[in-house]
Design a protein around this ligand. Sequence first.
Ligand code: FA5
Length: 340
Amino acid sequence: MQEKIDNIIERVKTEILNASNKQELIQINAKYLGKSGELSLLMRGLKDLSPAEKPKMGAILNQARDQVLALVRQKEEVLNDQELAQRINNEHVDITMPVKPLQVGTLHPIEIIQRDLIEYFVSQGFSVMDGREVETDYYCFEALNVPKDHPARDAQDTFYFDAEKLLRVHTSATQIKTMESRTPPIKMISTGRVYRVDEVDATHSPMFNQFEILVVDENVTMSDLKGMLENLAKHLFGEKTQIRLRPSYFPFTEPSIEVDATCTHCGGKGCPVCKQTGFIELLGAGMVHPNVLKNCKIDPNKYMGFAAGLGLDRIAMIKYGINDIRDLYDGDVNFLKQFR
Ligand code: FA5
């Protein structure tokens, strides 16, 4: 038996020595250690030996099996190394070749302004409120002192889902939600998309972005509003910026104002951008109408407030010198990648 085993080991050694790839190695392994392999058959024959012979022969066969396994593994390592060396030899990396530039995205100009304004107001203790783009007539109009037959609705026509549900025309709806859910003092901002049935032109889009500011407290005055607006204009367009207040009308504020800032292009001297007026329109604002406070169960004899609403698209256009609002929505990568 020992002779037979020695013979097997010798053959295994020669065959392994001659094996030139892993497939041949697998075959050698199967030939000796597979189900019907020579060594496996000998091991299966152990059961026919006498009890005295069994342990001795068992040990010899186990040793032979381990030896064959070790030889196969050794050769496998050699073949792996050869394969790797061959691959390294065949693959040439040209480190002088220019790399493909990474495409890094940029923030949309409106997103940049939105984030900047949120940071600006949050640092002054304002909280950020979320609003809904699909609103009810009540929050968008009625609670803001704009009843169903009010002429102000014509200027802010919108898209209706049914008699009650509509796409909000302004972020002012969030004022009501905030005043309903909190008690004064209130300092809140809210931003997002709004919708109107407006014809598209260089400065109008049926979908645009607004930024709402609301403060409600005891003894809040128009001069607090003016101070806040002055600082805001300087923050947006630089320290030299000045503002001008014009009387205006919003049903939800009394008095109401339209706020202009000195033209960022000519500094107030007059140029084609500001149509020679020296000013550009910035936002609408005013003191919260007592009816609005009452609608939110806030006592108008105790509390006062101011509110303002900016059109972020127009701010982006002024800040970045964009002539057409449509550029903001065309998704032209070459246009958008300017804003970093
Ligand atoms: C309002 O929407 C008021 N809710 C603002 C307000 C809030 C007043 C709080 C008082 C107190 P107005 O309709 O003027 O106001 O719109 C505000 C800004 O939205 C405008 O100054 C303008 O910048 C922008 N805007 C209005 N319509 C469009 C449009 N179709 N496309 C782009 N921007 C627009």
